[in-house]
Design a protein around this ligand. Sequence first.
Ligand code: GDP
Ligand code: MG
Length: 291
Amino acid sequence: MAGLSIRERLRTSLARTREKLRLGSGGGVEPDWDALEESLILADLGLPATTEILERVRARGGFPASLREELLGVIRAPSQAEVGAMVPPKVTLVAGVNGVGKTTTVAKLARRHVELDRRVVIIAADTFRAAAQEQLELWSKRVGASIFAGEPGRDPASVVHDGLTSSVSRRADEVIIDTAGRLHTKRPLMEELGKVERIAGRVVAGAPHEALLVMDAAVGTNGLVQAREFAAALRLTGVVLTKMDGTAKGGVVVAVSKELGLPVRYTGIGEGMQDLIPFDAEAFVDALLSN
Ligand code: GDP
Ligand code: MG
C-alpha cells in the first residue's frame, strides 16, 4: 500500500470492519438500536464497550455525531506511560503470543528509527526457533539495524543482558527486544518475560522504557484473555495491533482501550516494512465511520 497517504492506507485496511458497521441513515434519524448493537459486536468492539457506548449515545441523542465522540472517548482514555528524562539507549520490549507478528513489528519499528538516523540494535531473544533469528537477521540487514542474537536454546534473559551491555558500549540510541511466544524451558513464559524485564532494568536505568504487547487484530477480542496475562506479568506501556488489513475485527481497538486500559500505539496493516502506522485515535474513528 505504498504511495497512499496514511489516512488512505488506514481507511483501506478498515474496509471490512466498516462493512460490519451498519449505522443506518444517520442525519438526526433514530438508529435501529438493536441492529447497531449487533453491528458493533460484529466489528469486535467487545460487549462492555458496546454496551457503555450505546447507553451514552442513547442518553445524549445526536446520533451519529455522538457515536463518534463516545468512541473517541473510550479510545483516548488510556493514558500513555511517561518516558521520563533518560540516557540512551531507549529500550523497547516486544511481547505477545506466537504468530501475532512480533518479529515483523520489531523490524518495522527498527526501520522507523533508522530512518530518523538513530543507531538501532535489535536483540533477538526468541531463542525457541532458529528460524526466528534468521528471519530477524535478514530484516535487520534490510532495514539497516544491528542485531544481537542469542544461540538457540539459550536463556532469553541472559541474551538480553549481554545484548544490552553490548548496545550500551556501541552507543545505540534505540534497542528493540524481540521475544518468544513460547519457550524451551519448563518455566512459564510469563515468568521468563518478567525476568527479562528485571534484567533489562539492571543493565539500563529505567529499561524497558516501552513494553509493547503485540496482538493480532484478526483474533480480535478472543485475544484479550491472554493479553491480561501479559499485562499481569509486565509493565506494559501499549499495544500494537497487527493484521488490521483484511480483518473485519478492527473494532478490537476499542475493546483493547476499554478492557485492557492500554493505549494502542501502532497498527500493522500489511507484511511490508512500511506497513506499520502510529495510532491516531481520530483518524481511526473517522476511517471506521466514514462511508
Ligand atoms: P511472531 O511469531 O509473533 O514473531 O510473528 P511474525 O512476525 O513471525 O509474523 C507471523 C506472520 O504474520 C508473518 O507471515 C508476517 O508476515 C505476518 N504479519 C505480521 N504483521 C502483519 C500485518 O500487519 N499484516 C499482515 N497481513 N500480516 C502480518
Ligand atoms: Mg517471532
